[in-house]
Design a protein around this ligand. Structure first.
Ligand SMILES: NC(=O)c1ccc[n+]([C@@H]2O[C@H](COP(=O)([O-])OP(=O)(O)OC[C@H]3O[C@@H](n4cnc5c(N)ncnc54)[C@H](OP(=O)(O)O)[C@@H]3O)[C@@H](O)[C@H]2O)c1
Length: 247
């Protein structure tokens, strides 16, 4: 059986690790766990091996052209393909006091948040897409947040988190544009909100685990042919199934 190759960005901890772990338990998927610091990724790989879950590992910093080039060359040489890309790596400066208002948010912070949450997704997607196009198969999952739904801008979120939310609106836009470009192909790109989870980013008070948040990513990463294209999904757990959110 030809295994599908699944790349998950920022997967040594948190949601990315949970997604990698779930996908790696499927017989027909070979997971490539990635992290920007090699020691983090190797430790995560070992942790999974202790559970008898086998994943491959390569370093990947999605904000670095060189790192993405080296990763893509390695992937091409090792597997000659890419079937699944989960754009999970992200940053969230929401706990900075300036992030409580658009009037105080620092432009530099907005820029660095965009660099990771939007531009880096464009970078790794541009790099891996030709491998998907070569076989007319691909599943791209962009990890967003319901806080980026334009219909939620009037909600009383505190802090208002302008850097984070604007960056995820950008990610949603990227998803919609890419879906338009991929129309009619068997390369499906979708975004989803994993919900508030207990990770380093979400903190200990979050109501859900990363494992629960990973469920929708697995669903979108394994969509059948003619499955959803260019949609924004809520976490399945909340609705007991796949429900599209308004952009
Ligand atoms: N937690 C929540 O409640 C929540 C809710 C909605 C959406 N999300 C989204 O879920 C995704 C995962 O978040 P999480 O909660 O698992 O947070 P997390 O535990 O902080 O993990 C973030 C991951 O992104 C990686 N990363 C950051 N910059 C990177 C870069 N330049 N290159 C490669 N990897 C990079 C981090 O690596 P390092 O350890 O090296 O920094 C880490 O592995 C994010 O996109 C986040 O916006 C989270």
């Amino acid at each position: 059986m030809m295994q599908k190759i699944a790349v998950i960005t920022g997967s040594h901890k948190g949601l990315g690790y949970a997604i990698a772990r779930k996908l790696a338990q499927k017989d027909d998927i070979q997971v490539v766990l990635t992290s920007r610091k090699e020691q983090d990724g190797l430790a995560a790989q070992k942790q999974l091996l202790n559970e008898n879950i086998q994943v491959d590992y390569h370093s990947l910093d999605v904000t670095s052209d060189l790192s993405v080039q080296q990763f893509t060359a390695w992937l091409q040489q090792t597997y000659g393909r890419a079937d699944i890309l989960v754009n999970n790596a992200g940053v969230n400066p929401t706990m900075q006091p300036e992030e409580s208002s658009l009037l105080t948010v620092q432009i530099e912070m907005m820029l660095s948040t965009f660099t990771t949450n939007v531009l880096a997704v464009a970078r790794i997607t541009q790099a891996l897409l030709p491998l998907m196009q070569a076989q007319n198969y691909g599943r791209i999952v962009n990890v967003s947040t319901e806080m980026a739904s334009l219909s939620s801008m009037g909600s009383d979120y505190y802090p208002l988190a302008p850097s984070y939310r604007l960056s995820k609106i950008g990610l949603n836009g990227l998803t919609a544009i890419l879906a338009k470009e991929l129309q009619g192909t068997n390369i499906l790109v979708n975004a989803y909100s994993p919900g508030w989870m207990q990770t380093d980013m979400g903190g200990a008070n979050a109501p859900f685990t990363a494992d629960e948040g990973a469920e929708t990513a697995v669903y979108l990463a394994t969509l059948p042919e003619k499955g959803a294209q260019g949609k924004f999904f809520a976490e399945m757990r909340k609705f007991g199934g796949a429900i599209a959110l308004p952009w």
